[in-house]
Design a protein. Sequence first.
Length: 262
Amino acid sequence: MPADRLEKALAKTEADADAALKAATAAVGALKKFRAAVRLGNLRELRKTIEAADKATTIFRQQFVNAKESWDFDEDAYLSSSDFYKELLETARQKAVNIFEQDERLYCYPLLIRLLPGERSVLVDKAKERRLRPSVLVAHLKELQNKPVRFKAEAFLECLFSAYTHLVAARGKDLLGTGPVVKLREVYRLLTLLPEQSKEYSLPEFGRDIYLLDQKGITRTNGGQVVSFPASTGTRVSGAMITVITQDGREKNYYGICFTQA
C-alpha cells in the first residue's frame, strides 16, 4: 500500500480541478464575446460567438465531470486505519519535521495531535484542524513549532502545589511540610474531578505539561516550596507511570511529585 495515498489522490484531483478551472475561464471569455456581440448588435459575429460559447461550456462541463469523478478515495477506510498516521509520519520525515507516535496520538513538540475520523479533522492540542492533506498539515505543524511555546509554567506549578497540598492534608495534616511523594496520577484525578473535565484535559496533555515544566527548570513556588519528580518504586508498578515523548523522540516516565521547603 503506497505511503502517500492521500497526497497522491488529492494531487490528481487538484490537477483535474485546475483543468476544469482553465476550461471555466475559457468558457467565461467566450460568453463575454457572445454578450458583446448581442449588446452591439453585431450580427456578423453573433452566430460565431454562440457556437464558440457552446463549445467552451461543453468542454468545461466535461472537465468538471472528470474532476468530480476523479475523487473516488475511500476516506472512511483510510481514516479508520493507521494509514493516515503512517503517511503523516512519512511526510514529516521527508520534510525534516520531528513527529512521533504513541498510544494513538502523535507528538510534534510541544503539540499533541489526535485524529478525529468521524469529523474529518485532527485535534492539534485543543484546536480542530480540517486541513488533512499531509504536506499541508505538516507545514502547518512546523509553523506552529516555530512559534514561542505558550505555557504558563509558574501558574501550572502553583496549581500542582495546591493539588499536592490537598492530597497530603487528606492523609494527615501532620504530613504537611514533610515532603511526602504523591503519585502524579492522583494529582491528575484531583484536577479533573468535574464531569467531562478529563475529556477537556487528557492525561497525555497533563504529562506533556509536566514535561514542559520540567524542561523550563522552574521549580520554586511563590511560597518558597521546591518541586521535584521522584521516580521512587513507581518505576516497577504497572500503570503508575505517566509516559511522555520528549522533544527528541525518547520516552520519559514520570511517577510522583514532591514539594519541600527551600
